[in-house]
Design a protein around this ligand. Structure first.
Ligand code: NAD
Length: 477
């Protein structure tokens, strides 16, 4: 299969060429240039904003049933096209083909969930003090949204934001990830083919800082949604706050994993190794800081290292690959710097620890032990195929260590005791806690962080909260 043609999508039209600046798209496994991505001009951005403003006037009045129908069709088409979208995603993002195709298939459920939930956006009637007065609370779409989605799960992150905006009756200008754009262009095509009216969804590309500044500052835009790093999220949230615009922020984490003495260690190892190295660890909820209770430490570490060493790293298009390359060449140096810092501080690299020589952004799956608590790996999000392991003695002690960072996205624990499970689920400062299994990011469950990891949730019944205004109406007969 050849890599698909890339384009902007503005006011119902797929656009490329026209002398616009183009960016090379590089396959991270082979370093070949596989495509050209057109950047939006300022006029393109203004046209996208104007189209979204115009479309909002009619889209906000469509019935939930009509919006639901479009979203259902998107889910159906996504499943039909999953193989092609997935293959192109592996070519530009690098993850193994099964993960790419799986992302498209699993995330078609987000479109379905929003199709169902948008029919249940209810207001309420408040009993009045006067018999001739009716008091009502209405929930209305906020208006034109600007969304910015990252390169690690190109399809997942974009469909969550678009489905929430469109389901709520908002319109949206989306800036996708320039390094890994194919799945987002394919998503625009899905909405187009599902019958979404022109202007409701617009897709633009460019220099992130320039595009986000232009969109956030536009008086047309009423809401911002961003998924990405903490520093960029803070900057965009500050900009939005200065203009009194709503924002949803899904930012980075540094997920602790707590393995208690009484845990099923074989289950923990079997569950956590593939999960840790999924998408080469480039996952905001990736388990990164492992705290293992003393009695289980040797067994857990031996099992974890053995299973890690068996992972096959390679081009994501090859059938036996379990971990692909990092998405960008710059991430190889970034991950290596975490390992170097750990080594300088006297840590033990149990396996991996270096880029894999040859073509492509490959880094060997890496497990590091005996780290001081202030090592970069234990305090900053590594966003790569590397993790640190430390020992702990008591639940109180491990909770204090797990909660000591400014992040609060996901946290994991394995224990055979209800008492420990309760202490951990209530004591961990995180937006999501999962115990004895992995169960995050389902369409029907809320996904989001606290502390520096963000504001607001995507998915679950909370999903429309960020896209709706509350209006109170009181009427006398
Ligand atoms: P980065 O901070 O340069 O960029 C992160 C994301 O923000 C990218 O998608 C980028 O295109 C976008 N971005 C950057 N500046 C922007 C701006 N001014 N306006 C709008 N968007 C902007 O980091 P990176 O090297 O691309 O990625 C590594 C870091 O990003 C990781 O450490 C991780 O914390 C974070 N990240 C998080 C997620 C997530 O799901 N929460 C996803 C991707 C990256």
């Amino acid at each position: 299969m050849t890599y698909p043609q890339l384009s902007l999508y503005i006011d119902g039209e797929f656009i490329q060429g026209g002398g616009r600046r183009e960016q090379d798209i590089v396959n991270p496994a082979t370093h070949e240039v596989i495509g050209k991505l057109p950047h939006a001009t300022r006029e393109d951005l203004d046209r996208a904003l104007a189209a979204a403003a115009r479309a909002f006037q009619s889209w906000k009045k469509t019935s939930p049933t009509e919006r639901s129908k479009v979203l259902r069709k998107v889910a159906e088409l996504a499943r039909e096209r999953a193989q092609d979208i997935g293959r192109a995603m592996t070519m530009d993002q690098g993850k193994p083909l099964a993960e790419s195709v799986g992302e498209v298939v699993a995330c078609s459920e987000h479109a379905e969930w929003h199709a169902e939930e948008c029919r249940r956006i209810y207001g309420r009637v408040i009993p009045a003090r006067n018999d001739s007065v009716r008091q009502m609370v209405l929930r209305e779409p906020v208006g034109v949204c600007a969304a910015f989605t990252p390169w690690n799960f190109p399809f997942n992150q974009a469909i969550r934001k678009v489905a929430a905006a469109v389901g709520a009756g908002c319109t949206i200008v989306l800036k996708g990830p320039e390094d890994t754009p194919s799945a987002v262009v394919a998503l625009a095509q899905l909405f187009h083919d599902a019958g979404l009216p022109a202007g409701v969804l617009n897709l633009v590309w460019g220099v992130p800082a320039e595009v986000s500044e232009h969109l956030i500052e536009s008086p047309i835009v009423r809401k911002i949604s961003f998924t990405g790093s903490v520093p960029v999220g803070k900057m965009l949230a500050a900009k939005a706050a200065g203009l009194m615009k709503r924002s949803t922020m899904e930012l980075g984490g540094h997920a602790p994993v707590i393995i208690c003495d009484d845990a099923d260690i074989a289950l923990a190892v079997k569950t956590l190794v593939p999960y840790k190295f999924r998408n080469a660890g480039q996952v905001c909820v990736s388990p990164t800081r492992f705290y293992v209770q003393e009695g289980a430490y040797e067994r857990f570490v031996a099992g974890f290292v053995e299973k890690t060493q068996a992972l096959k790293v390679g081009d994501g298009l090859l059938p036996d690959t379990k971990m692909g390359p990092l998405a960008q060449a710059r991430r190889v140096g970034a991950v290596a710097a975490f390992v170097e810092d750990a080594r300088e501080r006297g840590a033990t690299v149990l396996t991996g620890g270096a880029p894999i020589p040859g073509v492509g952004n490959f880094f060997s799956p890496t497990v590091i032990a005996d780290l001081p608590e202030d090592a970069r790996l234990m305090t900053e999000e590594p966003f790569g195929p590397v993790l640190g392991i430390a020992r702990f003695k008591t639940i109180d002690e491990v909770l204090a260590r797990a909660n000591s960072l400014p992040f609060g996205l996901a946290a994991y624990a394995f224990t055979g005791s209800n008492r420990n499970a309760h202490a951990l689920s209530t004591g961990l400062e995180a937006g999501m806690v999962t115990i004895n299994h992995l169960g995050l990011a389902l369409a029907e469950t809320p996904f989001g962080g606290i502390k520096d990891s963000g504001i607001g949730s995507e998915g679950g019944t909370e999903t429309f909260d960020g896209y709706l205004n509350t209006k109170f109406v009181t009427q006398m007969n």
